[in-house]
Ligand binder design. Sequence first.
Ligand code: AKG
Length: 305
Amino acid sequence: LIPIPVIDVSLLSSEAELENLRSALSSAGCFQAIGHGMSSSYLEKIREVAKQFFALPEEEKQKYGRAVNESEGYGNDRVVSDKQVLDWSYRLSLRVFPQKVRRLSLWPKNPTDFSEKLEEFSTKVKSMMDYLLRCMARSLNLPEGSFLDQFGEESMMLARFNFYPRCSRPDLVLGVKPHTDRSGITVLLQDKEVEGLQVLIDDNWVSVPTMPDAFVVNLGDQMQIMSNGIFKSIMHRVVTNTEKMRMSLAIFNEPDPGNEIGPAEGLIDESRPRLYRSVKDYGHINYKCYQEGKIPLETLKIADS
Ligand code: AKG
């Protein structure tokens, strides 16, 4: 059994926990974060507003329905081809940062405290992510801001509420197909009780156990680029379940698409040549590559490296 690393965020001022962080991200590319300062009763409130929203009648939820070719709003898997097996899920995706890009008309009015709770939660998650990005740089002996500065003041954060209904044929359909995140870093609040998330470690799909008060932190493609391939962007998927429905909330954080990002200078030397070229708006490249059936990170690799 391959265990998923657990990192205590409150201990990251110690060299020993920093080393655990470096090791988790360079081997697994993910970890469960505890000691982050958000209480179980607080996390319960976030889960509660999500649950209340998904429990609304379909026509009420459709008021926030996603338009064709848009990424924000409520709906199912986006259709990109007639051969596609659709993911077995309902999603509500909302951009939360920078504040000016919020489309508040898509933020549910019901439950009435939805917006307030999302605003508060995403602000807390943002400050935890900023801290983790500083720790990640320190764990590689880089200046603290090496990654955070590349994200910039206007880093883009998207919240995605996922609802996976029961499914009679888990052998035929997934909740989310295998993918790596295009983000730099993703923080996921899993369902309290129902497992479903699996990560690919050493060619094995490993179930991420539920830990009610922990966040799953996944590294995305853009941190693999910035760390010059030292940190891994984790491949993951969600399986379906005949017995129980499942919910999760993912917060994706990616660098300001106007910023050029690339491997941190301190991570390039003769023994470790530069693996990736610098890039702007990786999200766009990522989307195009998926449509064309290419692996996005491969297209940015420098030849002979
Ligand atoms: C996604 O929203 O991209 C996920 O991977 C969701 C993971 C989960 O539901 O645990």
